[in-house]
Design a binder for this molecule. Structure first.
Ligand code: NAD
Length: 509
């Protein structure tokens, strides 16, 4: 008997038949021209919960054409910021109204706990409201100091048609970190959710139509990277691609977008360290470590998947993390009490297990877990809370994204060593530092190469604050004012005042 906290299958009713979802193209709901569909099976419950139209070349082409026409005729980009903001606020209210419906299907498709799905939908509505505020306050620059005969203006204009490609781990949140900013800027869009989690994006499409968004401004194509995603990244009618997903696909997208030189904005993977100095507040840090690694079953770009602990406290910290991990509730995502749900697919579960086995073969020690988990009444597509100690920086588990509930423990002696270990991975998404000494926190914060640094906390997030990665964690930023800038072009205007221009050809002194 495992000494873990398990939540057995609930008696909550599963859907009697799969949800049917279709593409949204030019304001209409469409099946695929060839009738192709794909299914999504709930990873926790093993039943088919969604049957979706499977996009091909015809649907992708039609969606891109609709977005291009909608942008070029100005039906959205020429509306005032006030009009755009009013619509975004309406969408936020509709998301709130439908929170339970969206959260339920997200839980079934992604395997995440229902309580966390609800929080995700609530957070997404907040982002739509924040983007509405940006739509009304969007402005450029004026330059009134260029001399008496010149006025300079810097206009911010929508970049055009945005291709938005999303992953499966936070499907509704991530589309909401992109689409409302694109719309606030005046862009039109083609959106592709992950093939694992198509439904919530389709529901968002329904809400956009209900809110009165003009046809063609947002188009949604369901399906796989090939051909849908690939066409969205190569088509010359698309002006930019914003992608969240794996670093491997991100690199492929940069290459695919190069021939048309479209702008590419990328939110990719992470191997995020939390560094603990000896004077850290351990009660807070241990809880944040558990939260950091088990939240969303570790299937999280911000997963705090490695801790770098001063050797004086490393054994205490490891023991306390193991003890707390046993109390984290793993099990049926439909149960309110569950904190960690299922792993998204059998293939991904094997990948997680492979990292743990590889670490053991390389000399690491499993202090907790290290194997798939059978939850009573459900299938075995879960993974045990896992703590791996004696990890060295050369091991794959220390450098690569495991994307599961697996923590690596590394040790350091000096600040220089801590910084070197933290910066040793190719990723640079986020990092954390725990110390009661502000000088220690600030020195680490300045020296670490990461897009976000949490000091004495982990994984807080605000619509106001930009988010994104350095190095192979991506390029560009989402959220905050920077999130809007991604979707804007800059146009410089130079206006001569009076007939003061010195002739170039005639009348030269
Ligand atoms: P993925 O890269 O496999 O897929 C992401 C999306 O890209 C899917 O919609 C997929 O269909 C599509 N796609 C696949 N091949 C494509 C191609 N050749 N061209 C265009 N589109 C293509 O990623 P995933 O497994 O869905 O998500 C997990 C990854 O996402 C992890 O690496 C995680 O770190 C990352 N992620 C990053 C952030 C962030 O903000 N930095 C947030 C969440 C997830």
């Amino acid at each position: 008997m495992l000494d873990l906290t398990l939540v057995a299958a609930t008696d909550a009713a599963l859907p009697t038949e799969p949800a049917r979802v279709r593409h949204l193209i030019d304001g209409g709901w469409r099946d695929s021209a060839d009738g192709a569909t794909f299914e999504r099976t709930s990873p926790a419950h093993g039943v088919v919960v969604t049957r979706a139209a499977k996009g091909g070349a015809a649907e992708t082409d039609a969606a891109i054409a609709a977005a291009r026409d909608a942008f070029d005729d100005g039906r959205w980009s020429e509306l005032s910021g006030k009009a755009r903001a009013t619509l975004l606020l309406k969408v936020a209210d509709l998301i709130d109204r439908d929170r339970e419906r969206i959260a339920c299907i997200e839980t079934l498709e992604a395997g995440k706990p229902i309580a966390q799905a609800r929080a995700e939908i609530e957070g997404a509505a907040d982002i739509w409201r924040y983007a509405a505020a940006l739509a009304r306050t969007l402005s450029g620059e004026s330059h009134n100091s260029l001399g008496p005969d010149m006025l300079g203006l810097v206009l911010k204009e929508p970049i055009g048609v945005a291709a938005i490609i999303c992953p499966w781990n936070f499907p509704f949140l991530i589309v909401s970190q992109k689409l409302p900013f694109a719309l606030a800027a005046g862009c039109t869009a083609v959106v592709k959710p992950s093939e694992m989690t198509p439904s919530t994006t389709a529901i968002l499409g329904e809400l956009l139509m209900e809110a009165g968004l003009p046809a063609g401004v947002v188009n949604i194509v369901l399906g796989h990277g090939e051909p849908v995603g690939a066409m969205m990244t190569t088509d010359p009618r698309v002006d930019m691609v914003t992608f969240t997903g794996s670093t491997a696909v991100g690199k492929a997208i940069v290459a695919a977008a190069a021939p048309t030189l479209k702008k590419v904005s990328l939110e990719l993977g992470g191997k995020n360290p939390q560094v603990l100095f000896p004077d850290a507040d351990l009660d807070s840090a241990i809880d944040a470590i558990a939260f950091g690694v088990y939240f969303n079953a570790g299937e999280c770009c911000n997963s705090g998947s490695r801790i770098i602990v001063h050797e004086d406290i490393a054994e205490t910290v490891t023991e306390r993390v193991v003890a707390l991990s046993r109390k984290v509730a793993f099990g049926d995502p439909l149960d309110e009490a569950t904190q960690v749900g299922a792993i998204v697919s059998p293939a991904h579960q094997q990948k997680i297990d492979g990292y743990v086995k590889g670490a053991v073969a390389a000399g690491a020690t499993v202090r907790l877990g290290g194997a798939p988990l059978d939850v009573p009444g459900l299938g075995g597509q879960f993974y045990q809370p896992t703590v791996v100690a004696d990890v060295t920086p050369d091991m794959a588990i220390a450098r690569e994204e495991v994307f599961g509930p697996v923590l690596s423990v590394l040790r350091f002696r000096t600040m220089d060593e801590a910084v070197e270990l933290a910066n040793g991975a190719a990723y640079g998404l986020s990092a954390g530092v725990w110390s009661e000494n502000v000088h220690t926190c600030l020195e680490f914060t300045r020296r670490v190469r990461a897009g976000t640094v949490w000091t004495n906390t982990w994984m807080d997030g605000f619509a106001e604050l930009p988010f994104g990665g350095m190095k192979e964690s991506g390029q560009g930023r989402e959220l905050g004012r920077y999130g809007l800038e991604e979707f804007l072009e800059v146009k410089t205007v130079q206006m001569r005042i009076g007939r003061t221009r010195a002739p170039w050809v005639t009348g030269r002194g």
